[in-house]
Write a protein that binds this ligand. Structure first.
Ligand code: F0G
Length: 351
């Protein structure tokens, strides 16, 4: 079904439907559109027992790293690339801290479009770079940060017929709002949502999705302390954080994020890199869930600030831990070297 009407079209029965088919009633698409899908969405929602104990309330983890390219971006990208294809675009472009680039590259490859990505040189995690390159995108390493990259692609797409697939593209938000709908489908209601905030597209999308199904949980957004413009109330010229995905100083969806916060009686707060890394290691070691550092900001924020009055909270884990093997290796134990003899193995295992 994800291939539309090609000679090898799959007509149902193969796994769950892609996001556009599943949420067709809520999305600006028709079943006859040239849908570009990798069966994204329908991600796991798991109870975090240890974190629930620590917070004193029921905490669930929305595992967005289980999307096809390992991040929530796939929800938005299937829609943005489908819309670009429908409009006859041949090339898509984005600025990215890594995940948007990986997702755009994959969906462009699948849709038969060209893709270019502008990423801050040396500041994106290895897995994301590998993905963008493997999917055949033109990867441009900008000697500048994400905010500069986004400004430049916005300028570029004014002058060239290239589809911009950053979250300034409305179809990105349409796709990403479906995660909120899945939460409501599964839970009925929830009292609060904890979510990392970078360019502020995702918090905007969730708020839209909740609104469309008549829900209004408190939106609790978390930024890294060194990249927290929404908390400070002004741009950050040189954002810095270990959570490279949210190393952003001037979010494109600034106003929308603030109004999601205000309308939901929520909050946007900062967490330090140390708090992010603590939550990152705790999730892996005690919940069996390996997310990337930026994703752990949602849990770090919940652990730091709590969720007053909430009985049920969902934390969005936006990307998979394998995206950033370098940080993982720096944050974990070392391997045990061993000679290939039983006594040595015994000592290594039991010792
Ligand atoms: N978590 C991860 C893993 C991300 O990659 C991003 C954003 C966010 C959270 C924040 O989401 O920007 O909608 O507020 N990554 C973008 C990118 C900027 O280029 O991949 P947001």
């Amino acid at each position: 079904m994800s291939h539309g009407a090609g000679p090898f079209a799959i007509r149902g029965g193969h796994g769950h439907p892609g996001l556009i088919h599943r949420f067709l009633d809520h999305l600006p698409f028709e079943a006859t559109d040239p849908i570009v899908s990798l069966q994204e969405g329908s991600t796991p929602l798991v109870l975090a027992e240890r974190i629930s104990e620590r917070v004193g309330t029921e905490v669930l983890l929305k595992i967005e790293g289980a999307n096809p390219t390992g991040s929530f971006k796939d929800r938005g990208m299937c829609c943005a690339v489908t819309a670009a294809k429908r409009e006859g675009a041949e090339t898509v472009i984005c600025a990215s801290t890594g995940n948007t680039a990986a997702s755009a590259a994959a969906y462009a490859a699948r849709g038969g479009l060209r893709c270019a990505v502008l990423v801050p040189d040396g500041k994106i995690a290895a897995g994301k770079l590998a993905q963008a390159l493997m999917h055949g995108a033109r990867v441009i390493a900008l000697r500048g940060n994400f905010d500069e990259a986004l400004e430049l692609v916005r300028e570029l797409t004014k002058a060239h017929p290239i589809a911009l697939v950053n979250s300034v593209n409305r179809y990105r938000l349409e796709g990403q709002k479906t995660a909120a709908m899945e939460l409501v489908e599964e839970l009925g209601t929830l009292d609060a949502l904890c979510i990392p905030v970078g360019n502020a597209g995702n918090i905007t999308a969730y708020w839209k999705g909740f609104g469309e199904v008549g829900q209004a949980p408190r939106m609790l957004g978390f930024q890294a302390e060194g990249a927290a413009p929404l908390v400070l109330g002004h741009r950050v010229e040189a954002p810095e954080t270990v959570a490279s995905a949210i190393r952003i100083g001037n979010p494109a969806r600034w106003e929308e994020a603030m109004s999601a916060m205000t309308q939901s009686a929520g909050a946007i707060e900062a967490v330090t890199d140390e708090e992010i890394l603590d939550a990152y290691r705790f999730l892996a070691a005690h919940e069996g869930v390996f997310c990337e550092p930026a994703s752990a900001a949602s849990v770090a924020g919940l652990l730091k600030y709590g969720a007053p009055d909430a009985r049920r909270v969902a934390c969005v884990l936006t990307g998979h831990g394998l995206k950033d093997p370098q940080t993982a290796m720096e944050q974990s134990g070392s391997v045990v070297p061993c000679e290939p003899q039983l006594a040595a193995v015994e000592a290594a295992v039991l010792g």
